[in-house]
Design a protein around this ligand. Structure first.
Ligand code: DGL
Length: 267
């Protein structure tokens, strides 16, 4: 048992991983957090696998150099594409989000599950495959929704535009009988009100982040988490982005003036 609080690194391509960070902070307010958002290079979802692996490795190396005890790859695109390659390169636990997404989907869905993600995540088939292995009876369809990402990054998740973008992607799924939507991208919980407004009331909209946080707490059970009530969060972003600050404060993070700018040329 370690007598100190754990230092947790959270990696995302932009603001989306704040959805995972907020669940971690809710569960373990006394831990120390370093959040890395690659705001200069977001979105990752339309990029080649080698690029996603390279950018993810740089972000994770940066967080490891902060002295993290554990790294959370909150970004689904990185979890799906880069994690299998990068996992073994660190001597601390590196946690992705795919298994939690699969877990929440198979425990809620009865008739069918729609997996929403970036182009790279959906094209990888990682979710569709893992769900089919565990529940071969459950129909799964993956839908790439790349435009959700800039809508969220621009702080427009609650604007009328968000409703239109949701309609654009989901109306093409009318021929598929589903009772669950898996939010397979960290940005999507931020636009989930527009998603809920579009779908039937019997459709569950599933965000795996609470499950990710539970799993991290279990892995870190050997640490003694301090009982401070003001969370210690350090933000690191690759672009001096005003929209990062505004989305973060919209999501309830109060110390977003403390943002370190990380130059991608030095990564
Ligand atoms: N954060 C990424 C994810 O969870 C989505 C945004 C992107 O395309 O970079 O997949």
């Amino acid at each position: 048992m370690s007598m100190r609080s754990p230092r947790i690194g959270v990696f995302d391509s932009g603001v989306g991983g704040l959805t995972v960070l907020s669940k971690l902070v809710e569960l373990m307010p006394g831990a120390e957090y370093h959040y890395f958002g690659d705001t200069a290079r977001v979105p990752y979802g339309g990029r080649a696998s080698e690029t996603i692996i390279g950018y993810s490795r740089q972000g994770l190396n940066y967080l490891a150099s902060m002295g993290a005890d554990l790294l959370v790859v909150a970004c689904n695109t990185s979890s799906a594409i880069a994690l299998p390659t990068l996992k073994g390169m660190f001597d601390i636990p590196v946690i992705g989000v795919v298994e939690d997404g699969v877990g929440v989907a198979i425990s809620h869905a009865r008739r069918g599950v729609l997996v929403l993600g970036t182009r790279a995540t959906v094209k990888s088939g990682v979710y569709q495959h893992a769900i089919a292995v565990q529940r071969p009876d459950l129909p799964v369809r993956g839908v790439a929704c790349p435009l959700f990402v800039p809508v969220v990054e621009e702080g427009l998740a609650n604007a009328y535009l968000a409703e239109e973008v949701v309609r654009h992607y989901l109306q093409s799924c009318d021929d598929f009988d589903y009772d669950a939507i898996l939010l397979g991208c960290t940005h999507f919980p931020i636009i989930s009100t527009a998603i809920r407004n579009f779908v039937n009331k019997d459709v569950s909209v599933l965000d795996p982040s609470a499950r990710v946080a539970e799993r991290v707490r279990t892995i870190l059970s050997g640490f003694s988490i301090s009982s401070r009530d003001q969370p210690d969060i350090h933000f690191h972003v690759t672009d001096a982005s005003e929209s990062f600050k505004s989305v973060a404060s919209m999501m309830g993070f109060s110390n977003v003036d403390q943002v370190t700018h990380v130059d991608v040329a030095g990564l």
